[in-house]
Design a protein around this ligand. Sequence first.
Ligand code: FAD
Length: 519
Amino acid sequence: MDYPKESSIILPLAIVITLSSFVQSLPEGIKSFDIFSEITTDPRATSLFATDFGNLSKSTPGAVFYPSSPNDIATVIRYSYTSPKPFTISQRGAGHSTNGQTFVPDGVLIDMSALGRNHVDCRITVTNGPIPYVDAGGEQLWIDVLNATLKHGLMPRVLIDYLYATVGGTLSNAGISGRAFWHGPQISNVYELDVITGTGETLTCSREMKADLFYAALGGLGQFGVITRARIALEPAQKRARWVRLFYTDVELLMSDQEKLISMENNVPVFDFVEGIIICSVPQISAIRGSYNFSDSDIAKLTKLVAENNGPVYLIDAVAYYDDTTAPSLDQNINILLEELHYLPGFEFRTDLPLLNFLNRLYYIQLKQTPLGLWYVPHPWLDLFVPKSKVLEFDSRIFKSILNGSTTAGTILIFPMNRTKWDDEMSAVTPNEEVFYVISLLWSAVANDSNSLVDLNNKVFSICEDYSLGCKQYLPHFTNQEEWQKQFGNKWTRFVSRKKKYDPKAILSPGQNIFTPLE
Ligand code: FAD
């Protein structure tokens, strides 16, 4: 079946517009009780949501809905679900998707941020007991969640590298970073959710209660409902971050050292956070400068290394979080560990900064890039999970071949994760091996035409497919169901049956292009 044509949503939108102008004439207090006053088709409003962080395509929503409570969201979804001509609805968090995942051309876009407006205090509640947690609205930004928890000396166990995405937006994917090797992705650190399903029903779910909805929604790409609250695991907050950078020219040594650092054999690893970066050419050094305070002589040394090396240069970012009690033994522990690693002699760098500055490091880059017009350029990104056994082949077919010497602006990430920290019941998809690598091509189309970078990404993914590298896309983007089926593999049947149960008319999050809405 096709998406509803424009005419099929004229009825509800016509009602909306009529009611909207009607309620506008009513006194303020009454207006706030009427959800229809929260919906607009005004192009000045809808055009603000016509693109996303990827800035690769445009699609204006039919209407924008500014809910003032979760109940309002339930009302609109129920309205669509029970209508003879249902309309599609997209829950948009901070719009940091890169491929139109929040687009809803013929339907209603929920601006989730409206829920949190003036409600930050009551929509983030910290409980500091034996098992500390925070209840956060799905619309809340991670930076606000972090700031609220820090007031109690606590922090979420896993944050992503950029804190201006929403709780609902990252939990709909997985939420990964150099911290996930230890505690798993963000979705592995959730105790409970409130979800408004595609029938407009509000359900609380957890591993013990309505578990199939809980597992479906985590990594569920917005397909099963709107997450309006998440109960998230916390841990004691540390004060500072000791950030070590180690350089390599041999990918096998990089991998064996990264895997040593993420090994949970000793239960409490020295480093709390382990990521990595690939540098293909001298111009790409600028990507590693942004968040790390290298001296000019360090940069000169690195420039020489990259220029003279016949192939990519790799680095490990290893960060230890600490406070006053752990500070005295920190350097000794780091030194002992570094002696066992195989980085290039003389290519170890250390810096130290307040933990919040480390966690929020991308924001400082955003602050620098925005006035230069570099932050909102198109971002053709390709994020892959590559099985450990195929990383060397990936490296030789991609980094030592089609990306050899590439000067494209952006950051290329490479770091391993432990699959045991992921829960297979959840919708998120990983390769089948115990250790798999995140390899992310995070291009910024500064000098390049964005289409050529999209083509490049397609070529990289085709190579993965042609040589059966067993890669899975993270933050996936596909345009037909056959590709989605391949991405989900043996999780597909369950994904479809959960969709039929929780969003039977396929109303929600149509921008993912997985299902076709039913009338
Ligand atoms: P949106 O783009 O608004 O929405 C994404 C999807 O989630 C849509 O399908 C939408 O319908 C759905 N959705 C949104 N809110 C809800 C909700 N409340 N309930 C149900 N579904 C919902 N990701 C990582 O894992 N690790 C990183 O380190 C990382 N770094 C990033 C750095 C930058 C600069 C950027 C731009 C992105 C980064 N991402 C990272 C990706 C980011 O986590 C995802 O794009 C995420 O979806 C963004 O959240 P959002 O609130 O902007 O979601």
